[in-house]
Ligand binder design. Structure first.
Ligand code: SAH
Length: 260
C-alpha cells in the first residue's frame, strides 16, 4: 500500500461522481466545511455517493450556503459483488439511544435499518430525517462506500406480512427455544439476513409465538444474560460480521482492499 496522505474529511454527496467533474455542495455541507472545519478553496476532501466509489476532491468555491467540489481522481473503486449486508430491525429506544443504535449499526455494516413498533415498545415514532443524517455521518466517518438506508418506522405485524421470505429473519430471543447465534449465522453465510431486536421491555408472548410460526424466522440466543436492546443489536451484527460477513476478509492491511 503506497503511503499517501488522503484528507480525513469524507462527504456523502448525492450526485453522480466522475474524475474531472464537479459536484455541488448543499447548504448543510457548505456550512459544515466552512464554519465547522474552517476549510476553504484549495482544501481537499473525499467524496462518495454510494455508487461510484470514492473521489479525492478539492474545494473550488465555498460560500455560506453553497460550494463546488472539483473531483480530481478516484481513490476507491465501487465494491463489486459485495456479500449482502445484514439488516437491523429494531424497536426505537428512549433518550437518544436510537441515534446511538443507528451510528453503531452503520459502523458494523448494517445495510438497512428498520425501526419497528412492537407492543411493549416505549417509543411510538422516529425522526427519520435525523436518523438518516446520523446514518450518513456514520458512513462518512467509518469509510463505508455505500449509503445505509433507514426505512420508515413500521408496525411489527405489517413488516412481517410484507417480508420477503428469501431473507432470513433472526429474532433475538432471550427466552424459549433458540439457536446459539454463531451457529445460526454461520449456516446463513452469503445469504440475505436481518436481525430483529425487541424493545427494552422485550417482545410479548403473542409476538414471539407469531414470529416463531413464520418459515423465514430463526430464533437466536445471545447467551444467558439479558442484554439491553442496543447491546443485543451490536452483538448480533458483530457476530455476523465475524462469522459470516466482511470481518473474515482482508490480508492484514487495515485499509479497505479496494483502494485505487
Ligand atoms: N424480556 C426482558 C428484556 C428484553 S431485552 C424484559 O422483559 O425486560 C431487549 C431485547 O434484547 C430483547 O427483546 C431481545 O431481542 C434482545 N435480547 C436481550 N438479551 C438477549 C439474549 N440473551 N438472547 C437473545 N436476545 C436478547
Amino acid at each position: 500500500m503506497e503511503a499517501e496522505n488522503l484528507p480525513r474529511t469524507r462527504l456523502f454527496i448525492d450526485q453522480k461522481l466522475a474524475s474531472g467533474g464537479t459536484a455541488a455542495l448543499d447548504g448543510d455541507r457548505a456550512h459544515y466545511l466552512r464554519a465547522v472545519l474552517r476549510q476553504g478553496p484549495g482544501d481537499r476532501v473525499l467524496a462518495f455517493n454510494g455508487m461510484d466509489g470514492e473521489y479525492l476532491a478539492s474545494i473550488e468555491t465555498l460560500s455560506k450556503s453553497s460550494g463546488v467540489l472539483r473531483l480530481e481522481r478516484r481513490t476507491r473503486a465501487p465494491v463489486k459483488d459485495a456479500p449482502p449486508a445484514p439488516w437491523l430491525v429494531f424497536a426505537p429506544l428512549k433518550g437518544g439511544r436510537t441515534e446511538y443504535v443507528v451510528e453503531k449499526a452503520v459502523e458494523l455494516g448494517a445495510g438497512r435499518l428498520v425501526p419497528v413498533f412492537t407492543r411493549r415498545g416505549d417509543v411510538g415514532r422516529v425522526n427519520l430525517d435525523r436518523l438518516r443524517a446520523n446514518a450518513l455521518e456514520a458512513a462518512e466517518q467509518c469509510e463505508r462506500l455505500d449509503a445505509p438506508e433507514i426505512a420508515e418506522g413500521i408496525e411489527l405485524h405489517k413488516l412481517l406480512a410484507g417480508w420477503d421470505p428469501a431473507r432470513t429473519l433472526f429474532v433475538a430471543a432471550e427466552s424459549g427455544a433458540a439457536l446459539p447465534l454463531v451457529t445460526a449465522v454461520t449456516a446463513a453465510a452469503g445469504k440475505p439476513v436481518a436481525f430483529l431486536v425487541g424493545p427494552e421491555g422485550g417482545f410479548d408472548q403473542q409476538e414471539l409465538d407469531a414470529l416463531r410460526r413464520l418459515p423465514f424466522v430463526v430464533s437466536v440466543g445471545l447467551g444467558p444474560r439479558v442484554l439491553r436492546a442496543d447491546t443485543a443489536a451490536f452483538s448480533a451484527l458483530a457476530v455476523w460480521q465475524a462469522a459470516a460477513g466482511d470481518w473474515r476478509s482482508g490480508d492484514g492491511d487495515a485499509r479497505p482492499p479496494n483502494r485505487d
